[in-house]
Design a protein around this ligand. Structure first.
Ligand code: SF4
Ligand code: SF4
Length: 405
């Protein structure tokens, strides 16, 4: 099938019913049909049928999509919206047009040596007065990196990643592989170590393959299908060394990409960590210290709309004695993080984040919890911008902190 025919085959499934419109964050904010799923599908349909030229305006409407896939979840005709957008972007992809922020992120994500170098640089940047001085002198802005710099926490938790749990497992329930993700290995060692500790406490041997690499989401959603496929092959081979019951993820942005790998044996084993523990009938309640006070649970779009595993985190957190959990109302849409969207579309990302923060702060939570590092960084930056000291952590970090031993 020709490439345009593939696009048309997917776009033609849309019956233009409009049921997806109220669920689309960009349509909700703009009330513009071209900023809706139905509008974007119609634009791609016209382009693929040679009725519309490739124009800046057309690309802008497609680029403004968060790929949150809320539309796909509610579509009665089952339009494969994510695939349609990725395939369209692959056809109009121009490597030379990648922004400096995205290009830097991709280099760090793909190259382990560069990732480690960035980690050491970050440690130095934050453990000396360098970060404060650079910000005072507005250096990040001069270097075009201010949007990335604002996402950095005041201090990144960079404890060494442990390669296994400290406990002796009495009764081994199974073997799991842990997918860390490039941002997890760079910015979020606490979640990585918490995942290993909790999985071990639950009775699982945890394997963290050294050869794993970036999931490829940044590349796929930017139209670079060839690089995304290379990364997928590298990950499948990295996790093939051990017989594993599951490949557990701690960032739903990565998990949603891994679940859609064409290598079905690998994809079929991918599961969000909270969902995995619940599906494995793990009950940690007797091992957890009580927590008084409330927490607010944010559910990332990738966990809800792509992985479709949003129930796990709530059920796992309910095992903490005394906890009160407030979920964000159904009316709250995407937080605006969406991979690199928060860096490339700061105005829309900020407008969506405002809604999330306003709703989240209503219950005056002691913690804000999110299962995706991109969302957590974006939400934490928004809280810092408002001068609010509220920790944003992964649900499994809270579980690990409450473990009695
Ligand atoms: S994408 Fe689905 S829900 Fe939206 S207009 Fe088309 S058929 Fe209807
Ligand atoms: S993926 Fe999200 S932002 Fe894009 S059209 Fe669908 S609902 Fe709207």
């Amino acid at each position: 099938m020709q490439k345009n025919e593939i696009l048309l085959a997917d776009a033609d499934i849309c019956v233009k019913c409009g049921l997806c419109l109220p669920h689309c964050p960009t349509y909700s904010k703009t009330q513009n049909e071209n900023e809706s799923p139905r509008g974007r599908i119609a634009l791609i349909q016209a382009w693929a049928g040679d009725h519309l030229d490739t124009s800046e305006k057309l690309l802008e409407h497609i680029d403004n999509c968060l790929l949150c896939r809320s539309c796909e979840r509610v579509c009665p005709a089952l339009v494969p919206y994510g695939r349609l957008i990725d395939n369209f972007r692959a056809q109009v992809y121009l490597p030379s047009e990648v922004s400096s922020s995205l290009s830097l992120l991709k280099k760090i994500a793909h190259n382990k040596k560069l990732n480690r170098l960035a980690e050491s640089g970050l440690r130095f940047y934050q453990s000396t007065p360098l970060q404060k001085t650079a910000r005072l002198l507005k250096l990040p802005k001069l270097l075009g990196l201010d949007k990335l710099d604002r996402l950095l926490p005041e201090s990144v938790y960079l404890e060494a990643v442990s390669t296994g749990g400290n406990r002796v497992i009495q009764e081994v329930k199974g073997n799991v592989g842990l997918f860390i993700g490039c941002m997890g290995s760079l910015l979020d060692h606490e979640t990585v170590n918490a995942a290993i500790r909790v999985l071990t406490a639950a009775g699982f041997n945890v394997h963290v393959p050294e050869r794993q690499t970036c999931c490829g989401a940044l590349d796929l959603h930017d139209g670079d299908i060839a690089t995304a496929e290379d990364l997928a092959s590298a990950n499948c081979s990295a996790f093939a060394d051990q017989p594993l019951d599951a490949i557990v993820t701690i960032a739903s942005g990565c998990g949603s990409q891994l679940k859609e790998y064409e290598q079905t044996e690998f994809a079929g084993k991918v599961v969000d960590i909270s969902q995995f523990l619940i599906e494995s009938s793990v009950d940690l309640s007797e091992q957890l210290a009580p927590l008084t006070g409330s927490v607010c649970l944010h559910t990332p779009c990738s966990l809800k709309n792509v992985m479709r595993e949003e129930k796990g985190a709530l059920k796992l957190l309910q095992q903490i004695p005394g906890i009160t959990i407030t979920a964000l109302p159904e009316t709250i849409q995407c937080c605006g993080s969406a991979g690199t969207y928060m860096v490339e579309h700061p105005l829309m990302a900020a407008a969506l984040l405002n809604d999330v923060l306003n709703a989240a702060l209503e219950s005056q939570p002691a913690y804000l919890l999110s299962s995706n590092i991109g969302c957590a960084l974006h939400i934490a930056a928004g809280l810092r911008g408002r001068g609010i000291a509220l920790e944003v952590i992964h649900p499994v970090v809270l579980i690990a902190r409450q473990l009695k031993q």
